[in-house]
Design a protein around this ligand. Structure first.
Ligand code: UD1
Length: 417
């Protein structure tokens, strides 16, 4: 097990470069299973979810090299095999093998995907869509088997614009017979990144990034290249930290269009941001004022930034209302923030955060990836030393976190316990 030891209240200056987006790359890697060609993915972050996906791809027969953030995947010996539970349970994105192996081989077998325990996280929208396209889907002891004689196009309406289901249905549709329309599709930037990769592979897709995606099935795809978009959640987390501790802290390699929901909230709270091409320069702001934050689907405020943002709100004067709308269990970090001195009243998926409160270093536990990010922010602004246990969660999503922050003046150690 690993923990972070954070000595708080250190001013940060210098530059933090943002890596490739976790939620894109974890879809782009399984996407390559749609071809037996050679694909190249650039700007691949060195995070543990990527290592796990490389292991899964090698298990399926791929030859992989990963050097200087470039992942080369040779699928000439790719075979469809049941994916063992120890792999699928390691990360949520293992469900993309349903779409890619199912789309290519018309059959796939995989157990229920893992990921953070932030809610029930059903996959009914994925499964219902596969069935509509002609797959027979069965479940036994948590393992799903899907087989089809023919994958058909048609209209698929989502009750909720699920990110995972949107990508998965794109994966099963690119080689389907006829045209598929996804109505009420998710619009997250990661979906455009995956659609661009599929288009580079020879797929015909229109409307990715809008609520209606149209996919005209083609006979075959070939290997292709793609660059992973910058991680908007990593960028957002460092902007939040910079707003509390920065002295001309530069966050570089950012696509600012992707994080307007965050930057506008920070500015409403009194944070001054300077933009220079793909860089955002941020300074510690005095006299922050309370703002209300409600998470929602893109382009709304991302649920993955809600938890780190709640730590920011503890420093804003007045009462901020924080509301989570996507997952049931996104507030499990709140008791730890309270232990550290934050004044928070929470119920169901809402919290009133009363600030500013001086946080104090304590021993706390990361219950999930973004809860870990929230406690990181809290520890960095607290007086004294904070120890964050169970930090493996955080390492799944943030590349080289400790070195990136320490290079700018933070005092953080990552140690085994
Ligand atoms: C992805 C991201 C995750 C992010 C989330 C929302 C990855 C690997 N993970 O997760 O970091 O927090 O988008 O931006 O990209 N739902 C159903 N049935 C389904 C599918 C989803 O009810 O079949 C519900 C979920 O329980 C949840 C909501 O829809 O309440 C959002 O889920 P979804 O958009 O699918 O998120 P993920 O793809 O799991």
């Amino acid at each position: 097990m690993k923990k972070l030891i954070i000595k708080g209240n250190k001013e940060l200056s210098g530059e933090i470069h943002i890596g490739g987006a976790k939620n894109s790359v974890v879809a782009l890697i399984p996407t390559t299973c749609l071809t037996k060609g050679i694909s190249v993915i650039k700007n691949v972050p060195d995070i543990s979810d990527v290592s796990m996906l490389i292991t899964m791809m090698e298990y399926l027969g791929s030859k992989i090299t990963y050097k200087d953030e470039v992942l080369t995947i040779d699928n000439s010996n790719l075979k469809v095999k049941p994916i063992p539970t120890e792999y699928s349970s390691a990360l949520r994105a293992s469900y993309y093998f349903m779409g890619s192996l199912g789309g290519h081989f018309k059959n796939a077998e995989i157990s229920y995907p893992g990921g953070c325990t932030i809610g029930a996280r059903p996959i009914d929208i994925h499964l219902n869509s596969f069935k509509k396209q002609g797959f027979k889907v069965t479940e036994k002891d948590g393992t799903y088997t899907m087989t089809a004689k023919k994958i058909s196009g048609g209209e698929i309406f989502f009750d909720f614009p699920s990110v995972g289901a949107t990508i998965n249905v794109m994966l099963t549709s690119v080689l389907a017979e006829g045209t598929t329309r996804i109505i009420n599709a998710a619009r997250e930037p990661e979906i455009i990144n995956v659609a661009d990769f599929l288009i580079n592979m020879g797929a015909k897709i229109e409307g990715a990034g809008t609520a209606e995606i149209v996919i005209h099935g083609v006979k075959e795809l070939h290997g292709a290249e793609i660059e992973v978009i910058p991680d908007r959640i990593e960028a957002g987390t460092y902007l939040i930290i910079g707003s509390l501790l920065g002295k001309n802290l530069t966050i570089s390699g950012v696509n600012r269009e992707h994080i307007i929901s965050l930057t506008s909230k920070l500015q409403d709270a009194g944070v001054k941001l300077k933009y220079n091409k793909d860089k955002i320069i941020v300074n510690k702001s005095k006299n922050l004022k309370a703002v209300n934050v409600k998470t929602s689907v893109y382009p709304g405020f991302p649920t993955d930034l809600g938890q780190p943002m709640s730590a920011f709100l503890t420093q804003c004067k007045g009462e901020s209302l924080f509301e989570e709308t996507i997952y049931e269990n996104r507030l499990r970090h709140i008791p730890y923030l309270t232990t550290m001195g934050a004044k928070i009243q929470s119920w169901e998926k809402k919290a009133v955060i009363i600030g500013p409160a001086q946080l104090k270093g304590r021993k706390v536990k990361a219950t999930d990836l973004r809860a870990g990010a929230s406690l990181l922010v809290a520890g960095m602004i607290a007086t004294g030393t904070t120890e964050v246990y169970n930090i493996e969660h955080l390492l799944r999503g943030y590349e080289n976190l400790v070195n990136k922050l320490n290079a700018c003046g933070a005092d953080i150690k990552l140690i085994d316990y």
